[in-house]
Design a protein around this ligand. Structure first.
Ligand SMILES: Nc1ncnc2c1ncn2[C@@H]1O[C@@H]2COP(=O)(O)O[C@H]2[C@H]1O
Length: 260
């Protein structure tokens, strides 16, 4: 599976795009920076959006994407873009965002061929899209949040994405219980270790907390780190080098294109 980084920052600043990854040109993992990263033709190829949680930095471009795509739906010529996620996450988007107050409800317009549809996920139950399977596993962030595991070829190729998360046990237990060995992990390091109290209050990780989380895993995947808060990035990078000594890891960058 080909993953393109549209945005991987924990901050919205020039040169720092909010979280969004594009998989195989048709699937988004989160939608923080889609419409400013992909041209219209690329946006029109999108068929599925997997939303980890309902914080604005992970969903805001669902709004602008829906508006951009309406011309492709007038004739009823294609299926709606499916928004996948935990029921609580989709309820939050429906209640607080696509509610005809903050933004038009593109799940009912155009009436004969809506742009968007909700596809609630049950944790651990895969959504199958061609030869790719995607399953949600709860993490510790916001009111409700999940990461996702994506796999192909019976698990021979696989990737887990935690989304934003603070310390949690269940996600790591689920990763070790997968019927295949986890090979790749995208996870977060938002704040420096000196800001652990804020990280815990906002349900995020520091390099020190991340190390403790990784030590819960029996699997030893390659690690890809995202969601650094830009003002603290230099410190976080230094701390990661110390805390993750012995782990194979790299920092994600916008425009990275990785074949998992
Ligand atoms: N209790 C808190 N105190 C200060 N900042 C917070 C708190 N909770 C959340 N935040 C900030 O609000 C942000 C919302 O998006 P993030 O989860 O990326 O990161 C979060 C923190 O930067």
């Amino acid at each position: 599976m080909k993953l393109r980084v549209l945005g991987c920052s924990g901050s919205d600043l020039p040169g720092h795009n909010l979280t969004s990854f594009c998989v195989n040109d048709t699937i988004l993992l989160d939608a923080g920076s889609v419409t400013s990263s992909l041209d219209l033709a690329a946006q029109a190829r999108l068929e599925h959006i997997f939303v980890s949680h309902s914080h604005l930095d992970h969903i805001k471009d669902i709004l602008f994407l829906a508006d951009n795509l309406i011309e492709f739906f007038v004739a009823g010529s294609r299926a709606p873009v499916a928004i996948h996620g935990l029921p609580e996450v989709l309820d939050a988007i429906s209640t607080h965002l696509l509610n005809d107050t903050i933004w038009p409800d593109f799940t009912v317009i155009p009436t004969d061929s809506p742009v968007l549809t909700y596809a609630p996920m049950t944790p651990g139950v895969p959504v199958v899209i061609g030869d790719l399977s995607v399953a949600a596993y709860p993490v510790n962030h916001a009111k409700a949040a999940s990461g996702f595991v994506l796999w192909q070829d019976g698990g021979a190729r696989n990737l887990a994405y935690t989304g934003d998360t603070g310390p949690c046990d269940d996600f790591w237990k689920a990763m070790d219980a997968l019927p295949f060995a986890l090979k790749n992990l995208i996870t977060e390091a938002s704040f420096p270790s000196s800001m652990e109290a804020l990280a815990m209050a906002s349900k995020h990780l520091t390099p020190k907390l991340l190390r403790a989380e990784l030590d819960k895993l029996r699997a030893r995947p390659d690690i890809f780190i995202y969601h650094l808060k830009a003002p603290f990035a230099a410190v976080i990078v230094d701390e990661l080098a110390r805390e993750l000594a012995g782990y194979h890891y790299r920092l994600l960058r916008e425009h990275d294109c990785i074949d998992f």
